[in-house]
Design a protein around this ligand. Structure first.
Ligand code: GDP
Ligand code: MG
Length: 593
């Protein structure tokens, strides 16, 4: 008797805390072993209070007739960057608990996750959490939820992940309301991979949900998207510590280990089958996660380059969405062009590189991926402004998103103003209740990945929530702005921007560099240009700089020291034509504000 479910919620509505209470209520984690957000294992997850990787855990639960069920709970990541993993986790379940904070009500990711669950045909159990809070308004939000998914407000369960109130009743309802898994026990084995993590001791641990047939230890398995075959060294369930079993059958959720070292050989969304008796159809369509945002990553100390390369190799073992290739920059030296799912993914990767590998890094301004059509109709995919084709261009296409914003209705005007300023087009608007509104916009990804969310929060006093997903491309008036130092292009500072924003980017960058680059013995122009057209210009005035002149007549050892100091300084100097620039100036220009 199996029930597979996940908990879906807007961030901070209490998913991980409720999962903790369920682990306790079912007795799989003893109170003395309990720590908050038990399933969030990465340090960064604990510190930031977010779930990045999904995890599964099996819990026993006895119904009122004394029948024991195996409940498989699959925890899902909560952030938009990781939507792909959320949707894989959902595909491994028959049901979802839709958890809503009883003091907040429905938010943007509540809706986004609900729609994903509905696309996967899951049975949905609506639940209000945090009913212990004095500010909780369970009646009001039960009505909002019932209005959204149908049904009676009285059927909306009420729990507190903090006190544990209502958690046992919820477990009873999971057993009663969710359908059991169905599958063909006699068919060739098919199991879906919903997560894959690298473990230093055991290699890659792959989390699977068996749909048909049976997988057993020691047999050879095949990954259907790549055709790669492996020996199944161990198969088992997480309870929540790994417990090896003699096999996993229809509807069961657990892990498998093959000894591979790289998660890309065991990809989320892929189907595992038996090599001797393979299935002929994969489970749901498999798609590689697609990087949306690219940035150059450089070690501040150039001699750290090999450490950075090894660190990226190691992180990739555990993060199939991370892509990178070597890149060199005149201004910054040797580094990598790295692709991310979004800005949170970028921040997390950078933080892990700095923390786990003790690196000091500088990243160039992140950019999205553009398709540029040249005069001879060739389509060039640009992940780095420096790849932007020279010469005449027919059109430039940029990636778009459809975004949902939910906020109190008094902020409608402020939100419209913000979205219009970001080149957004309003698609529709619905009132969830008299005082709360859902607005749908189509916006360029480039406009929302940077500070959009912060601006949205500040204009709505923190009340608005945002969710978005990729939604095709549009042709737009985009140009590449180059920054020139005495006529030479400084590669790391080129940017692709909308035509209307090119001028302000040019002015901002040239000013910043004028302040940071030391004066030379001759005048140095700093220019911003679109092609050969100069759109902004600053000058660094000349000085007569002669270190030795300062100590005419002084003793010789002092002179020597000064010369040596000057030589030392030159090591990290970059030459642009005749202009010498300390690398620190470039680093400062990229890292400030
Ligand atoms: P998640 O982002 O959905 O996983 O949310 P968390 O489980 O990390 O919870 C977010 C915050 O809400 C944490 O500070 C929790 O302590 C708090 N929280 C969660 N459940 C409850 C509850 O039932 N009552 C109260 N008062 N606080 C809760
Ligand atoms: Mg969480």
């Amino acid at each position: 008797m199996i029930r597979n479910f996940c908990i879906i919620a807007h961030i901070d509505h209490g998913k991980s805390t409720l999962a903790d209470r369920m682990l306790q209520a079912t007795g799989v984690v003893q109170p003395r072993d309990m720590k908050a957000q038990y399933l969030d294992r990465m340090d960064i997850e604990r510190e930031r209070g977010i779930t990045i990787k999904s995890q599964a855990v099996r819990m026993p639960w006895e119904d009122e007739n004394g029948v024991t069920y195996a409940l498989n709970m699959i925890d899902t990541p909560g952030h938009v960057d990781f939507t792909y993993e959320v949707s894989r986790s959902l595909a491994a379940c028959e049901g979802a608990i839709l958890l809503v904070d009883a003091a907040q009500g429905i938010e943007a990711q509540t809706l986004a996750n609900l729609y994903l669950a509905m696309e996967n045909d899951l049975t949905i159990i609506p639940v209000l959490n945090k009913i212990d809070l004095p500010a909780a308004q369970p009646e009001k939000y039960a009505a909002e939820l019932a209005h959204l998914i149908g049904g009676d407000p009285d059927d909306v369960l009420r729990v507190s992940g903090k006190t544990g109130e209502g958690v046992e009743a919820l477990l009873d309802q999971i057993v009663r309301q969710l359908p059991p898994p169905v599958g063909d026990a006699e068919a060739p084995a098919r199991a879906m991979i919903f997560d894959s993590v690298y473990d230093t001791y055991r290699g890659v641990v792959t989390y699977i949900r068996v749909v048909d047939g049976m997988l057993q230890p020691r047999e050879r398995i095949k990954m259907m998207s790549t055709g790669a075959t492996h020996e199944l060294l161990e198969i088992g369930v997480s309870a929540p510590e790994p417990v090896p079993t003699k096999g996993l059958g229809v509807g069961e959720v657990g892990y498998l280990i093959t000894g591979v070292k790289d998660v890309r050989q065991s990809k989320v969304g892929d189907t595992v089958t038996n090599l001797n008796r393979p299935a002929d159809q994969q489970l749901s369509g498999y798609a590689d996660p697609k990087p949306m945002v690219f940035s150059g990553l450089y070690p501040i100390d150039g001699s750290d380059y090999p450490i950075l390369r090894d660190a990226l190799d190691k992180l990739q073992l555990n993060d199939a969405a991370l892509v990178y290739e070597p890149e060199t920059s005149v201004a910054l030296g040797f580094g990598f062009r790295v692709g991310f799912l979004g800005l949170l993914h970028l921040e997390i990767v950078r933080e892990r590189l700095e923390r786990e590998f003790n690196l000091d890094l500088i990243s160039t301004a992140p950019n999205v991926v553009y398709d540029v059509v040249t005069e001879d109709k060739e389509v060039v995919t640009v992940t780095n402004p420096s790849e932007f084709p020279e010469g005449k261009i027919l059109e430039v296409r940029e990636p778009m998103v459809s975004a949902t914003v939910i906020a109190p209705s008094e902020f409608v005007g402020a939100i419209m103003e913000l979205c219009q300023g970001k080149r957004g087009v309003l698609g529709g608007m619905d009132y969830l209740s008299e005082e709360r509104v859902e607005m749908r916009y189509r916006l360029p990804l480039a406009e929302i990945v940077f500070d959009f969310f912060d601006q949205l929060k500040s204009r709505t006093r923190g009340y608005a929530s945002l969710d978005w997903k990729a939604d095709g491309e549009q042709v737009a008036d985009l140009v590449k702005v180059d920054i020139l130092l005495q006529g030479d292009q400084v590669d790391a500072f080129s940017a692709i921007t909308h035509k209307d924003k090119a001028y302000s980017y040019g002015v901002m960058m040239t000013r910043k560099l004028r302040e940071l680059i030391p004066r030379q013995q001759f005048e140095v122009p700093i220019q911003a240009a679109i092609g050969s057209r100069i759109i902004a210009r600053e000058n660094i005035r000349a000085i007569r700089k002669d270190v030795l002149a300062k100590c005419y007549g002084g003793d010789i050892s002092r002179k020597r020291k000064l010369l040596e100091k000057q030589k030392e300084g030159k090591k990290r100097m970059k030459m642009f034509g005749r202009v010498e620039v300390p690398q620190e100036a470039f680093i400062a220009a990229l890292s400030s504000d």
